[in-house]
Design a protein around this ligand. Structure first.
Ligand code: PLP
Length: 372
């Protein structure tokens, strides 16, 4: 039997760490201080550029911590209800529970994978104690922020944006940072700006960022320190701060981020071209002027599990974003039929920047073969 040349595995994730991170790490490791310090401050200053993350960023040790701090600093009342889309990672809901709130799941739109604002309005009509909505820009596809903010103004609820997927996304042609809401980002190993573990929360005003930057380190305030008093704790916080080892990698990753985002967008474009007019349903932006940063390429197909298995047999990895939150023990009881159907049909295809056009075409050929 002749051996067939083995095609290389197309992996879902390939976190590529910029070469300069070694030098940056060496500088931190040899500096005499490896905790929260100057590298973290510098990382925050870079993130504050409006085309990146913007506003007043506070670096923390995970996206989950960023979301939790957002609820605390927004003064979301404990005991109230928080609306969360059913199609998200468990963090989005977990932080509401950790904050002492109840989670109410909203349904999503099948076309974008994002919060369905009619579902949000329906919840607000029937649940009098809702104080906040956490909107997720699913796969980097921007939510209808204007629609959400209109609802927020009418009902007096806070909007927090889960931007874990949204680095490099633009909303109506503008950077995400132009939204007036508190935004939480993740630098987890799978995200477009990968540190391993890390995150940041951004605030429209400096005073909130100041409060958050104390709360991320147990609430410690060194402002009034003296020979007898090392610090005060005016408001008790959490152990959520980033450290300079992580920040060194983050600073290096920022150098290559624009190029990586360009590659992600060009891969996303290739997928769109190859899968147009096929039985594969592409989850996509709502408006021409909206653009996903290319965190993921979610598609909807019939017989999803068989298709994923066949892709895997052909050496192509894929992922399910997300199992609907109603299936987890979060105490949320409302049914979300669109999200449940979406979760049965969705496949997220590989999009990391080390893929080339041939890889993308191989994924598409195989996928189209599976659904034909
Ligand atoms: C990754 C992710 C988070 C949490 O980020 P961590 O850094 O892993 O804590 C939150 N929300 C969504 C939608 C995510 O994908």
């Amino acid at each position: 039997m002749k051996s067939i040349p083995q095609k290389r595995e197309i992996s879902m994730y390939r976190p590529e760490v910029a070469a300069s991170s070694i030098e940056r790490l060496r500088m931190v490791l040899e500096s005499g201080w490896i905790g929260l310090g100057p590298a973290t401050k510098k990382f925050e200053e870079q993130l504050a550029k409006s085309e990146l993350i913007g506003k007043h960023p506070v670096a923390v040790n995970s996206g989950t911590a960023a979301l939790h701090l957002a609820l605390v600093v927004a003064d979301v009342p404990r005991g109230s209800a928080v609306i969360v889309p059913a199609n998200t990672f468990v963090s989005t809901a977990a932080v509401a529970l950790q904050h002492g709130c109840r989670v109410v799941l909203a349904d999503i739109e099948r076309t974008t994978g994002n919060l369905d604002l009619d579902s949000v309005r329906e919840i607000l009509r029937t649940e009098p104690d809702v104080s906040a909505v956490i909107a997720v820009h699913y796969a980097g596809i921007p939510c209808d922020i204007a629609g959400l903010n209109e609802i927020s103004a009418r009902h007096g609820v806070t909007v927090v944006e889960d931007c874990a997927h949204a680095i490099g996304s633009t909303w109506r042609g503008r950077p995400m940072s132009e939204s007036p809401n508190i935004q939480a980002y993740s630098f987890h190993a799978t995200k477009a700006l990968a540190i391993g573990e890390g995150g940041c929360v951004t605030f429209p005003d400096a005073a909130s960022a100041e409060r958050a930057s104390k709360l991320r380190r147990l609430g410690i305030d060194m402002g009034a320190r003296s020979w007898s008093n090392p610090y005060d704790i005016p408001e008790l916080g959490f152990k959520y701060n980033m450290g300079d080892v992580a920040a060194a990698i983050g600073l290096a990753q920022l150098e290559t981020l624009p190029e990586k985002l360009r590659q992600r967008r060009s891969i996303a474009r290739r997928y769109r071209e190859q899968l147009a007019d096929s039985p594969v349903e592409l989850v996509h932006e709502r408006h021409e002027s909206d653009r996903s940063g290319g965190f993921a390429v979610p598609v909807l197909v019939p017989e999803r599990d068989r298709v994923r298995k066949e892709l895997s047999a052909a050496g192509i990895q894929s992922e399910i974003y997300f199992r609907p939150l109603g299936e987890f023990p979060l105490g949320a009881t409302r049914s979300t039929p669109v999200a449940e159907r979406f979760a049965r049909d969705v496949i997220c295809l590989p999009i990391h920047p080390l893929l080339d056009v041939d890889d993308v075409d191989r994924v598409c050929d195989r996928l189209l073969g599976c659904v034909a």
